[in-house]
Design a protein. Structure first.
Length: 197
């Protein structure tokens, strides 16, 4: 019978967990907050760009993945962002649920106001010290996942739908603003170009 190597260790050997303890990733102070500031900034910047568009431009073009217009895609993005932060902080939906296709897309003024509200709620939530491993119930109690997964999905979801809006804008002949975190950093004084040595 073969000996189980995992049950006996040479004297002085350490467990995998102990060996890796020095390599464990630790939370980078403020990094998550910075990521959500960039997330909120990108949504706000794209909304500001779209405020200059005509109603025809906002209704023109369709998102290839969903068939939604610019306004419909924004309505979904902002509505879902509210769902995520409200699920995490336990407050419920801080903005109404957008029920496509049962209701018209939200107007630009409502989108700007609601996204500004959500930016503040994300800041408050991230300062709360929530634990990533905490279980959260979603979809009326039919889906359970960790708080950290919801946070990760909120960032992914925002990027995905902002890029879909940018794609619609390009198809109708417009060049959308650069929404990369580099642009956020330069805009907010968090990064700068320096002369080469």
């Amino acid at each position: 019978m073969a000996r189980n190597r995992h049950l006996s260790r040479p004297a002085g050997a350490t467990t995998s967990r102990a060996r890796l303890a020095g390599l464990m990733l630790r939370r980078v102070d403020g990094a998550l907050e910075e990521a959500f500031r960039a997330h909120s900034w990108a949504t706000r910047r794209l909304l500001e760009f779209c405020q200059e568009l005509t109603p025809e431009q906002l209704a023109a073009g369709r998102n290839d993945a969903t068939g939604w217009s610019v306004l419909e895609t924004f309505s979904h993005l902002v509505s879902a962002d509210g769902y995520y932060v409200g699920s995490l902080d336990g407050s419920g939906r801080p903005v109404p649920k957008w029920n496509e296709p049962d209701e018209p897309a939200w107007g630009m003024d409502a989108l700007v106001e609601r996204s500004a509200t959500l930016a503040g709620l994300w800041e408050t939530y991230l300062e709360s010290g929530d634990v990533a491993e905490r279980l959260v119930m979603l979809d009326e109690g039919t889906f359970e996942c960790r708080a950290g997964v919801i946070v990760a999905h909120a960032l992914h979801h925002g990027d995905l739908h902002r890029e879909q809006i940018c794609s619609i804008l390009r198809r109708i002949g417009l060049e959308p603003p650069d929404l990369q975190p580099w642009e956020y950093a330069v805009d907010k004084g968090r990064a700068r170009f320096v002369s080469s040595a």
